[in-house]
Design a protein around this ligand. Structure first.
Ligand code: HEC
Ligand code: HEC
Length: 313
């Protein structure tokens, strides 16, 4: 056993990232470029909504941060959703989709907004019907799928596009891969603090989150203190399992693009990253963090933002 371990040390030199609880983001291999491109178009196609007024991109703006800049997204007929819209970037590395993880896969997720009466208010029959009247589109589908325009093929295309939405090459990932100069001293210190305070126990892995569930309010009653009535959406994973112990359990969000967000938490109760960091320290770790440490953690979180052709920076 020990010999094998020593041997592997010689064969694979230990890099910085091998010792860290956060890993660099990597592109999903083997995606068909044609499918990604057609999926991209469908993601931006308002015909997926009942009255052609809303596309996926309406609430998941790829240029800014893959979500929107509102506390609650506005869907069809100006209706508002129950939570803030999360980013669609890097979701391929989440264990499940939605704040409560009610969809296991990206494929499962797509039907949600299409049918949701406050998002797109449509259904697959209607969408397939509308898209089938577009002869150019029909041809493009037929080049990729023998059965042409179907709900399953639309889902496959959008999910394939979403798998291409990975924000690569952030300065933090460059540092992980050995470039010492990619981070400033403050940023490195911010990362050390992120680990030392214990943020890392929930926000970790490639996505700096997205790989486990945790209570909102592990060390304090966030919902009692918030001063707003508790809504169904605040119950989190309980809405999926019906188990009392799952009340207020949420998928830990990825912090990869947190620095680009306007609002924070599922209920958008906070509108600055510094306040979100302080709230997390209080409610998740039972600690107070001084201003200088908050600022360094914030600087570290800014280094997690990578690049993608759709994201303008
Ligand atoms: C009206 C606004 C709106 C529209 C339109 C919309 N979404 Fe969303 N999206 C949201 C909100 C709000 C959530 C969070 C809902 C929840 O978790 O309960 C969400 C969640 C998601 C998630 C889960 C991300 C995560 O980390 O959990 C994905 C993926 C997603 N949407 C993709 C899409 C796709 C694909 C479309 C188009 C077919 C779409 N959305 C249309 C508002 C919208
Ligand atoms: C016990 C697990 C846990 C710990 C520890 C933890 N978090 Fe969180 N974090 C969560 C959960 C769960 C949410 C989502 C809560 C919600 O939306 O209601 C979250 C949300 C966030 C958000 C908002 C993200 C978004 O998309 O809205 C930020 C920023 C954040 N955490 C940073 C931190 C920092 C910084 C620390 C350390 C001081 C930390 N977290 C410690 C579980 C944790």
């Amino acid at each position: 056993m020990r010999l094998l371990f020593l041997l592997s040390l010689f064969t694979f030199p230990v890099s910085v990232s091998a010792q860290e609880p956060i890993m660099p983001l990597t592109a999903v291999p083997g995606l068909s470029a044609e499918k990604v491109e057609l999926g991209r178009q469908l993601f931006k196609d308002k015909r997926l909504s009942r009255d052609n007024s809303v596309s996926c991109e309406t609430c998941h703006d790829l240029k800014t941060n893959g979500s929107d800049s509102l506390p609650r997204s506005v869907g069809i007929d100006d209706k508002r959703g129950a939570t803030r819209s999360p980013t669609v970037y890097n979701t391929t590395y989440n264990i499940a989709q939605f704040w409560d993880g009610r969809s296991r896969t990206l494929e499962n997720q797509v039907s949600g907004p299409v049918h949701d009466p406050v998002e797109m208010g449509s259904h697959w029959g209607q969408v397939v019907n509308k898209l089938s009247q577009d002869k150019t589109l029909q041809k493009r589908f037929e080049n990729l799928y023998p059965d042409g325009i179907t709900a399953a093929n639309i889902v496959d295309l959008i999910a394939t596009f979403e798998r291409s939405l990975v924000t690569l090459n952030s300065s933090f990932d460059q540092w992980l891969q050995g470039d010492e100069s990619a981070l400033t001293e403050d940023e490195k210190e911010g990362y050390s603090l992120f680990k030392a305070y214990g943020c890392i126990s929930c926000h970790q892995g490639k996505n700096v989150g997205g790989n486990m569930y945790a209570y909102m309010g592990t060390m304090g009653d966030y919902f009692a203190d918030r001063g707003q009535p508790v809504t169904k959406a605040d119950f989190g994973r309980y809405n999926v399992t019906g188990n009392e112990v799952d009340k207020h359990l949420f998928k830990v969000p990825s912090l990869r693009l947190a620095a680009l967000q306007k609002y924070f938490f599922h209920d958008a109760s906070v509108s600055s990253l510094e306040d979100a960091i302080q709230m997390m320290a209080h409610y998740q770790l039972g600690r107070q963090i001084n201003r200088s440490d908050v600022s360094k953690i914030s600087k570290f979180l800014h280094t997690l933002v990578g690049q993608h052709p759709e994201l303008s920076q």
